[in-house]
Design a protein. Structure first.
Lengths: 294, 577
């Protein structure tokens, strides 16, 4: 069975432990749309939309000698996010405190957290949009991710995006495919890397392909690290030759200084709120500083 | 007669105040805008509480336990933009502090240094700085010392007094050692300590409210590396909830109303005494709670916002704002970051975050080198040594650097930021400025229709001078890391005019002896309204370069004792606003 089916099975297991369809009322502004999760169906996207989305994430993190975002299940995970409220609890926050990857006997991450009224309101707004409701549009309408994806993927379908080679797709995307695709990329790119390198319970990072690529141990609680593991010197066989870098060495060196503050970077991610441009706006001045120094 | 108080905010300050008042027999209601995230809160002992947190970077980035940037936005602009008439240039999740029962301490870095003696008398000792409102504190180190002792004992602090530099011990004298030895020091910590030694600096174990051994019935830290921004899944971190609020609630003297957003403090018609607070509950219902004692502890931005939203005929510019100082002197710490890049995987995340501290860049610095930078003196701050950056943060930075595609994947495969760096951050002091302020946004509203807090901020020349002067020294130190391919710094105040990205906030309701230039007195009491106190970091007249939580808690404890010592007065009768 394909990745789509796996995602659906997981969602239904979380929701009720049965294979029944789960329905929840959506609050889209155009009169409301029932979001359904049915056997063999995606959570929100149509089959064609999902095909376009796979073609898009394939450009974001392409497969090479290591799996890319398609193999990581990122498209299906994004679909699950867009349809988060089709299941209960919605797939927003994985549970805690432990997965079963580092010594715990059960996987708490697999049971998503129940949202309270405030959180549900916030996440429905982010995903489904404000839909013309005055109390949610005090500062202007919020289109919602569902609308951004639907419009953007529609624009990709209109140019036959998914039928092109990955090189063609990359070139077309870099040239620009219009405002609807720009708006899509603004949220879809962050969603893709977040799901590729986040905990697998969110649906991406399938078979831990993201963590294996980056040599990342993932969540290590409750086992943690021993004194010997903490204090020991460089891990053997890990020496990198920093040549032919995708970023000039001086810029990579400057960027590495950001690693001095996890707090600062965490706040940067929070401020970005799942959008691409705030990260670009924050990081580019740092790289410009490196160019100036050079 | 049982005395009663309403405390607004359940974080570092509010929890301590509630606990201390309850210990003295008061009945306390804590109103918290966020939700409870610890299963068993108020029912089970702190060592048996469950948690919704985990080592889950996506959950952290999705801001569990934070105010939502769409429902409760903050806005921001620089001083220059304000002067040009721009209403705002940023909007969203800019408040940087959490909103949950226990506040930001649920996911703080838990570094627990004390301020120094010299920090309380900067105006007298160092003199004024043009464009800044440098002031002495109305209290000194000795006033806080017993409260530091008590807070540290209750919360549980690890450290190494013998390894602490002599000047630090002189400036922050202790009556006792630390309750726990330090966590193991990471390999990159060892490299950086060696590099510091090479330039004559002294890196030593940073005091931290983290159990290195079982303490207060809670287990020891396992050095997972995910501290700042993450709730501790093993309950090894001392925080406002486990150390103060949960025991206080279990005493039966304190109740906590979660998802209760206070939007107004009421006073008598003449504006001289408090009568209660108004809040919106979790179902959106507006409610009123009568009170004769109200303690504001919602953190600097929100405390200022609440005082400004509580304006009335008798307080037309905001409650207690005859001085015009409410909301002013908003301070953030300005970070200067540094790292050495290494070819090998030196696993910087295998450690409690920033296990070492360095005080050699604290200052004050004076002389021609400083005056050439346009300021009479410079104060720096402590350096948190040997930070680690988790994977998700690395992916985000690369996304900002190269965008999508093969380059991003190649950088992730190389893993420089989470595998091959030895990094540190200077926690730079931020001078108070009248033009760095919180006010009410003229247009942007929260989901309830209340005006958003607007933050106007630009670093002072002092912060830029500190970054130039001390950044170079930090870079020289990191260049000495054994095996390093190179070293670099990011002097943030020189690069970015945006709001500093830190959870260290202070100012907006400074305490002082003169009502013309301060908002509250040394006991946190508003100069102009009886029964209203400020207990959080809003009261700080200046913001020395230390992680502030220990001082926030110690100061809140001191203020709570002052509140408890006030004589009983009958509640006002019908003279309600």
């Amino acid at each position: 069975m394909g990745q789509q089916g796996t995602t659906r099975r997981e969602a239904l297991k979380v929701a009720s432990g049965t294979a029944m369809a789960v329905f929840a009322a959506s609050t889209l502004g155009d009169g409301g749309v029932a979001v359904a999760v049915e056997p063999g169906k995606a959570a929100f996207l149509t089959d064609e939309e999902l095909r376009q989305l796979r073609a898009l994430v394939d450009v974001f993190i392409p497969a090479d000698q290591d799996p890319g975002a398609v193999q990581g299940g990122c498209a299906e995970a994004i679909d699950a996010l867009l349809g988060a409220f089709a299941v209960s609890p919605p797939r927003i926050y994985a549970g805690g405190p432990f997965s079963d990857r580092a010594g715990a006997s059960r996987n708490d991450f697999a049971q998503f957290l129940t949202l309270d009224r405030y959180e549900e309101r916030a996440w429905r707004l982010r995903i489904e949009g404000s839909g013309g409701r005055a109390e949610l549009e005090r500062n202007g309408p919020v289109p919602g991710w569902q609308r951004l994806y639907r419009d953007g993927l529609g624009a990709l379908a209109a140019v036959g995006f998914a039928d092109q080679t990955v090189t063609e797709r990359e070139l077309r995307l870099r040239q620009g495919l219009g405002p609807q695709v720009d708006a899509l990329v603004e949220v879809a790119w962050p969603h893709t890397w977040q799901l590729m390198y986040g905990a697998p319970e969110y649906g991406g990072n399938k078979d831990l392909v993201g963590w294996k690529l980056a040599v990342w141990d993932g969540d290590v609680q409750p086992r943690g690290w021993s004194r010997a593991q903490i204090e020991t010197g460089p891990l053997p066989g890990t020496t990198a030759v920093l040549e032919n870098l995708p970023l000039p060495f001086e810029e990579l060196l400057k960027l590495s200084a950001m690693g001095g503050s996890s707090e600062l970077v965490h706040n940067l991610l929070v401020r970005a709120d799942g959008n691409a441009s705030p990260l670009r706006d924050a990081v580019q001045p740092v790289l410009q500083e490196a160019r100036r120094d050079a | 007669m049982t005395r009663e108080a309403v405390v607004i905010g359940s974080g570092a300050a509010g929890s301590v105040v509630a606990h201390e008042l309850a210990r003295r027999g008061w009945s306390v209601t804590v109103l918290e805008r966020g939700r409870n995230l610890r299963a068993g809160f108020g029912k089970k002992p702190s060592n048996q509480l469950g948690t919704r947190y985990s080592s889950d970077e996506l959950k952290s980035a999705r801001q569990l336990g934070f105010p939502d940037g769409l429902l409760e936005p903050y806005t921001a602009r620089t001083q220059e933009e304000a002067a040009d008439g721009m209403a705002r240039s940023a909007q969203g999740a800019l408040g940087q502090l959490g909103a949950a029962v226990g506040g930001t301490t649920l996911h703080y870095n838990a570094k627990f240094p004390r301020f120094w003696k010299q920090d309380f008398t900067m105006r007298s000792d160092l003199g004024p700085v043009a464009g800044a409102q440098v002031a002495d504190w109305p209290i000194g180190y000795d006033d806080l010392a017993p409260h530091y002792d008590a807070v540290e004992r209750r919360i549980g602090v690890q450290g190494d007094l013998d390894a602490t530099p002599a000047r630090t011990r002189e400036q922050a004298p202790r009556s006792r050692g630390y309750d726990m030895p330090p966590n193991p020091v990471s390999y990159v910590g060892q490299l950086l300590r060696e590099a510091a030694d090479g330039v004559g600096y002294d890196a030593y174990p940073q005091p931290a409210a983290v159990n290195s051994v079982p303490y207060a019935g809670r287990p020891a830290c396992t050095s997972c590396g995910l501290c700042s921004g993450f709730g501790c899944p093993v309950n090894a971190r001392g925080d406002a909830l486990v150390s103060y609020l949960n025991p206080a609630v279990r005493s039966g003297k304190v109740r906590v109303l979660a998802r209760a957003l206070v939007y107004r403090v009421d006073t008598t018609r003449n504006g001289k005494r408090v009568t209660g607070v108004r809040y919106v509950d979790g179902k959106g219902r507006k409610k009123r709670l009568p009170a004769t004692t109200v303690v504001l502890a919602g953190s600097p931005i929100n405390t200022a916002r609440l005082l400004l939203m509580s304006r009335s005929d008798t307080h037309p510019d905001g409650l207690g704002n005859r001085s015009g100082q409410v909301g002013r002197n908003m301070m953030f710490h300005n970070f200067t970051l540094a790292a050495a890049l290494l070819p090998d995987d030196v696993h910087p995340n295998r450690s409690q975050s920033n296990p070492l501290q360095m005080d050699d860049l604290m200052g004050p610095f004076r002389g021609p080198e400083v005056t050439a930078l346009g300021v009479p003196w410079v104060k720096g701050g402590l350096v948190q040594v040997a930070g680690g950056l988790p994977l998700f943060a690395e992916a985000g930075l690369y996304a900002g650097a190269v965008g999508w595609g093969r380059a991003h994947k190649e950088l992730m495969r190389l893993g420089v930021l989470h595998r091959r760096i030895a990094g540190s951050q200077l926690v730079g002091e931020d001078l108070p400025q009248a033009r760095n302020r919180v006010d009410l946004d003229p247009r942007v509203r929260d989901v309830h229709g209340f005006p958003a807090a607007r933050i106007t901020y630009s670093p002072h020349q002092h912060e830029k001078a500190a970054a130039v002067l001390l950044g170079a020294r930090l870079e020289a130190m990191h260049a000495r890391v054994r095996g390093a391919l190179g070293a670099a710094i990011i002097p943030y105040p020189l690069i970015s005019t945006a709001l500093p990205m830190t959870a260290h906030l202070a100012g907006t309701a400074r305490m002082g002896d003169d009502p013309r230039s301060s908002v509250c007195d040394a006991s946190g009491a508003l100069h102009e309204v009886e029964g209203v106190y400020v207990a959080d970091a809003s009261t700080f007249p200046t913001f020395p370069g230390f992680n502030p939580t220990n001082t926030i808690m110690a100061n809140a404890r001191r203020i709570a004792h002052a509140i408890a010592a006030t004589p009983v007065r009958p509640a006002p009768k019908k003279d309600r606003a």
